[in-house]
Write a protein that binds this ligand. Structure first.
Ligand code: PGA
Length: 271
């Protein structure tokens, strides 16, 4: 009934039925696009009214790079203890997907590596993200000091999937130094990579945040190769013109204030 009324007011069919399935027509897809945009605007209007009423509740829609999830949930937990009336929608995905979600205005905030220029994003750095070279404790290079980069050309490097920020930083580093370790092993989670390194399948470059426990348990070691750790940072990112809700503003402020203190905890044992 609602759909018929909608189609009558638009003057075009919005759905078509082929066999047992129903599909959106081209007009239907346009309607979906504008419907979502209107819903987003209305949500923004609601948060503005809440702000005027001085309330601090509502929904926080955030997405974090899969690598950032190792610390982001701790921060989120502390934030939620201080702000008990908020609802949280958390998405964990890689860098490429995060950029797309920001582009489509599906998020209040994202936690990710430095975003590229030209996407009209506001990005504030709040924490270091050292990328370290990990190996199994049985690896012949384990425990060696000042390993020359060139030596890594003889090793197999396990890489994250295309679209991962860790992967692109690693590739940029090796390219800049003219060293090409063997690759060909690609895995789409940090967990899979850590397991593979522990199983002697190769070396990998990962964020220090992801390996704290394995280093403590001596299941993995850091290799002391020239140029490591690579220096990266975590950024809290939103669309430049986005009107942040009071909750999102509070969370951004919280990250900028509390993030730096977490680095010490993520450092873990030296090697
Ligand atoms: P990712 O995150 O490797 O999990 O994509 C890191 C980043 O954005 O730099």
């Amino acid at each position: 009934m609602q759909i018929r009324l909608l189609e009558e007011s638009v003057g075009l069919p919005l759905f078509e039925q082929l066999g047992k399935r129903i599909y959106l027509t081209e007009a239907g897809r346009e309607m979906q696009y504008y419907g979502q945009a209107v819903a987003t605007q209305l949500r923004e209007a609601e948060t503005v009214f809440e702000q005027m009423k001085g309330l601090e509740h509502g929904e926080l829609r955030i997405a974090v790079a899969s690598t950032a999830n190792y610390f982001a949930t701790q921060l989120l937990s502390r934030f939620c203890q201080q702000h008990t009336r908020i609802d949280v929608r958390l998405e964990v995905t890689n860098r490429a997907e995060l950029l797309q979600a920001l582009e489509q205005n599906r998020l209040d905030l994202a936690i990710m590596g430095q975003p590229p220029e030209g996407h009209d994003l506001d990005a504030a750095s709040f924490m270091e993200n050292p990328l370290v070279l990990i190996a199994s404790p049985r690896h012949p290079l384990a425990g060696q000091a000042a390993i020359p980069l060139q030596r890594l050309a003889e090793e197999t490097l396990i890489l994250r999937e295309p679209g991962s920020g860790t992967r692109s930083a690693t590739e940029r580093f090796f390219q800049a130094h003219g060293v090409a370790p063997r690759s060909g092993l690609v895995m789409n989670t940090n967990e899979a990579i850590k397991q593979a390194v522990q199983a002697d399948m190769g070396l990998a470059v990962v964020s220090l945040h992801t390996v704290t426990l394995e280093l403590q348990a001596s299941r993995l070691v850091l290799l002391d190769a020239t140029g490591f750790p690579l220096h990266r940072h975590w950024f809290v990112v939103h669309r430049r013109l986005k009107r942040l809700s009071p909750v999102a503003q509070a969370f951004k402020k919280f990250l900028l204030a509390e993030g730096p203190a977490l680095v010490g905890q993520a450092d873990g044992p030296a090697r």
